[in-house]
Design a protein. Structure first.
Length: 134
C-alpha cells in the first residue's frame, strides 16, 4: 500500500512531462480535439526519424514533421468521433456518402489526402479543393 502512491505520483509526473514536451504549434490541436487526454509518448518514428509521433492516452496518434505540420492523425476509442478538424468539403462528403461511418485515420500525402473509415474503406481527396478523387 505504501508503494502504490509514489508509483501513481511518478506516473502522473511522467505524463505531465510529456505534455510539456509537446511543440507549442500542436498544443491547440491536442487541447481541442483530445481534451482531457494525457500524452503517453512523443518519439521519432523508427521508419522515418524526420517525423515524430505523439501517442495519446487512448492510443490515438498524431504524426508531425520537422516544421510541426500534422501529417496524419489516427483515432482510437472515443476520439474516432472527433473529425471536425477535417476540411468542410471532406466532412460534407462523408456526411452525405458515409453517414454511419467514423473517420479512423487522416493522412496528408504529396498529391492527395487520404481518409480511412472505421469500416476499412479508404477515400482520397484533392489537397487544395478537398474534392473526392477516388
Amino acid at each position: 500500500k505504501k508503494l502504490l502512491f509514489p508509483l501513481m505520483l511518478a506516473a502522473t509526473v511522467a505524463l505531465s512531462a510529456q505534455q510539456t514536451m509537446l511543440p507549442d504549434e500542436l498544443k491547440p490541436f491536442v487541447l481541442e480535439y483530445f481534451e482531457g487526454q494525457s500524452v503517453r509518448s512523443i518519439a521519432p518514428r523508427a521508419d522515418n526519424p524526420k517525423l515524430k509521433e505523439v501517442i495519446m492516452e487512448d492510443m490515438s496518434s498524431i504524426l508531425y514533421d520537422g516544421k510541426k505540420n500534422i501529417v496524419s492523425v489516427t483515432f482510437e476509442g472515443e476520439s474516432r468521433a472527433l473529425q471536425s478538424f477535417l476540411p468542410n468539403a471532406i466532412n460534407d462528403y462523408l456526411a452525405e456518402n458515409y453517414p454511419e461511418n467514423r473517420v479512423a485515420g487522416f493522412y496528408k500525402e504529396k498529391k492527395r489526402e487520404k481518409v480511412v473509415l472505421d469500416n476499412g474503406k479508404t477515400l482520397y481527396f484533392s489537397p487544395k479543393e478537398h474534392t473526392f478523387i477516388e
